[in-house]
Design a protein around this ligand. Structure first.
Ligand code: AMP
Length: 419
């Protein structure tokens, strides 16, 4: 038997209503905040991700699904959405339409990470991106949107972590201080960190190896190296979060796994998921549009891990399947034909109706209705049809009523909507 690829998964009908609930809640919220949906392809030229996410990151070094297509062009299954949205923004000159643009998108991402609970090789993200706003208040608004979404989904065990990664003015000083600190840790760092230590020391802060994390406890904090503008910007973020009543934690280790971030970065963490505590993450990436050959444009955004969020929401609500409201148990050819007409009409009218297409005995059809949890069963027998009636049975009370065939559509609607 052919099985799923490791790290990939099916989302089965029993789980899907939670996904739809999350996606619906998120889309409605985004629309209220002026975001427009954008859909981008799942594959891009490898260069797009290599340049934007950064050559020294785990994603680009180890995790991308990259392969030559049949003409030999190197392409990659997208590991994240921001780079593609920036590409689309530049390619379609969207900055010329409006100086401020807000987008959201929902879809699968691909990273060849070590699969475990909450970490998959195909996973889903909900992304939001804002272009053209330099004010740090928009970063706060993004955090507010995230917290509001989680709140609407009844996810309460969450904590906002924030940090600033500085700007091209002040980050070099911090890099220098961090590199000097890392020199002293040589034998305590993993091979990747020893290699990255000089090329890209901030990446060391992001290493997942426990011994590296421990060795970095006393690493210098970027917050002590911010220039005046970045400091003021970060103060504004904290004050605005306070005024919105959002409780947050300043986390000097929060550098995120992608190189393009500047200034505010944030992550929403939860205790509900065990080891994979990050439900969402994001931050400002003011240099990226220009780096990808677009106009100099401030930008900021976030990504929510939809798989993880669905797990949390699912823990709270065991997915209750919607029972069909009405099961048409039909006997005989004419009964089947009539049931088929009505069931099709009812479904079209938004009434959940089911029937058995196998022409089985009344007993086995009643069993099936029971299994589906039908609230009502309509018995449509050849004999009754000759008399011009059908029987409607309330499965909870056992009460049965006879309804004239010509009144079925109208009466059934009345009875069921009144129940
Ligand atoms: P990132 O793009 O790495 O900042 O990730 C943003 C969010 O996506 C994280 O907070 C996770 O919730 C989710 N995420 C990232 N990688 C994975 C993965 N391999 N499997 C499931 N969710 C993931």
């Amino acid at each position: 038997m052919i099985q799923l690829i490791r790290g990939f998964k099916d989302i089965l009908p029993g789980e899907i209503d939670i996904w739809q609930q999350i996606e619906g809640t998120a889309s409605a919220l985004f629309e209220d905040f002026g975001f427009k949906e954008i859909r981008i392809p799942v594959m891009e030229r490898t260069e797009l991700f290599a340049r934007s996410i950064g050559e020294d990151t785990d994603i680009v070094e180890k995790e991308m699904y990259t392969f030559p297509d049949r003409k030999g062009d190197l392409i990659t299954l997208r590991p994240e959405a921001t780079a593609s949205i920036v590409r689309a923004y530049i390619q379609h000159r969207m900055y010329a339409v409006d100086s401020v643009q807000k987008f959201y998108t929902i879809g699968p991402m691909f990273r060849r990470e070590r699969p475990q609970k909450g970490r998959y090789r195909q996973f889903y993200q909900i992304n939001a991106e804002v272009f053209g706003v330099a004010s740090p208040l928009i970063d706060v608004q993004l955090i507010f949107i995230l917290m509001t979404l989680l709140n609407r989904l009844d996810v309460t065990d969450v904590q906002a972590h924030i940090n600033s990664l500085g700007c091209p003015e002040c980050r070099p000083n911090y890099r220098q201080a961090l590199a000097e600190f890392l020199v002293k840790l040589d034998d305590r760092l993993c091979a990747d960190c020893r290699r990255r230590r000089e090329r890209n020391p901030l990446r060391v802060l992001d290493c997942k190896v426990p011994s590296c994390r421990e060795a970095l406890t006393d690493a210098p904090s970027i917050l002590d190296h911010l220039c005046d503008d970045c400091r003021q910007d970060f103060d504004t973020v904290q004050t605005a979060l306070d005024r919105l009543g959002i409780v947050f934690l300043t986390d000097k280790r929060l550098v995120r796994g992608l190189d393009y971030y500047t200034r505010t970065t944030f992550e929403i963490q939860t205790g509900a998921l065990g080891a994979q505590s990050a439900v969402a993450g994001g931050g400002r990436y003011d240099g990226l549009v220009k780096m990808l050959d677009g106009p100099d444009t401030p930008a900021t955004g976030f990504a929510i891990g939809l798989d993880r969020l669905a797990e949390i929401v699912g823990q709270k609500k065991a997915a209750a399947e919607k029972p069909p409201i009405l099961f048409a148990a039909a006997l005989g050819d004419e009964g089947q034909q009539q049931a088929f007409q009505w069931v099709s009409r009812w479904c079209d009218q938004g009434l959940r109706a089911e029937m058995d297409f196998g022409g089985r005995s009344l007993k086995s059809q009643m069993k099936r209705a029971d299994k589906l949890g039908a609230a009502y069963v309509m018995i449509i027998g050849d004999n009754e049809l000759v008399e011009g009636v059908v029987i409607l049975r309330n499965m909870k009370t056992g009460e049965q009523v006879r309804i004239a065939v010509e009144e079925v559509v109208e009466k059934v609607g009345e009875i069921i909507s009144g129940s």
